[in-house]
Design a protein around this ligand. Sequence first.
Ligand code: FMN
Length: 376
Amino acid sequence: MINDDFRSTETFKLGIIASNCSGGMTSSYLEDQWSGSWEKNLKLAQMADKAGIDFILPAARFIGLEGKKDFQGTVLETITWASALLSKTENIKVFATMHTSMNHPIIAAKQIVSMAQIGKNRIGLNIVSEWDQAEYDALGIHLPEDHKTRYDYAQEWFDLVKKIWKSTEAFNWEGQFFQTKGIYGKPNLKILPPIFNAAGSKEGKEFAVRNSDFLFTPIFSKIEDCEIEIQNLKKQAAEIGKNIQVLTCTHIICRRTEDEAKAEWDRQLKNVDQKTVQHIMDTLFAFSKNVPPETLVNLQERVAIAFGGYPLVGTPEQIADGLSLLHKTGFAGSTLYFFDYTKEFPYFRDYVMPILREKQLLSSSQLKSYHFSEFL
Ligand SMILES: Cc1cc2nc3c(=O)[nH]c(=O)nc-3n(C[C@H](O)[C@H](O)[C@H](O)COP(=O)(O)O)c2cc1C
């Protein structure tokens, strides 16, 4: 079963990310940019489910990231999105993304248990500890200035969520951030959902190592340099008796020829909305100002096209080689994003996934029958 061994399998996991947001992961002026509508999300999730994609992960946003087209400003809320997709798919893990300070832990715990029942334990949880001041302002809540307070809050949030998941007896909680009385968690959670975390800071990574099964590490330098970082994270986890796996994010532009793929890269780059890129560079990637530019390979371009994700641009063989290299480096999987998910995913499914299956890289390596899509 693809889902029952989600944590333990050694196969390379593929997941789709941010299809619930307008623009996906590329802030663009182009007219054919991704709309993020429910109709398209459902079509994409059902295609991915049938193809043996391991998971689908939404981005939680409440307001957009500026720019002419209000990048990621049109968003399907992640709990509603995940609940509906769980009821309309069969095998794929569907993640809910939750901001700790924007979702009360008691409600969050109940939502996850409900989704676990709806999806026969196919729910996963991506915990986000926020970074965007503008989103806090929009919700009228306070963003703690320091990472320590932010992650102390996240820790207490998750401890309380887990306690609710387990408890049938009413209990009181007297914490630093939460004081609750007489709460309990019926129905209880039967299987702990896989936990994702994508923190970037030191405190955030420590939180991720302590609490998650999978943490994300973006590739800002050369792929080879990530090997040591992955080993260090696993070592840190082993020291506290944990086993964690490390995922990354890739932006896929796959075409019949390398020239066609590069032409699409150029088209996307030429039409990037620089206002959004600057906003992201000044907030999420503000750390890059203190890093020597030669160590951050093409960061500005990567943020522009792929929100900082690693671009894989080329023929199906080249994309499969790129993903195999990530696997060899020690990554347990990658999220995938496409400029137009529903248009481009079938080509990836029909031409890249069979190569990965031949290499025995995927959990769906046993699935063989496909309808080959038309060339793009
Ligand atoms: C794969 C991935 C998914 C993420 N999803 C979200 C999200 O949905 N919403 C959000 O506000 N931030 C999201 N983030 C941002 C991180 O959760 C985190 O807040 C950010 O990297 C800053 O980390 P830090 O707080 O440790 O500095 C995501 C990052 C990655 C790499």
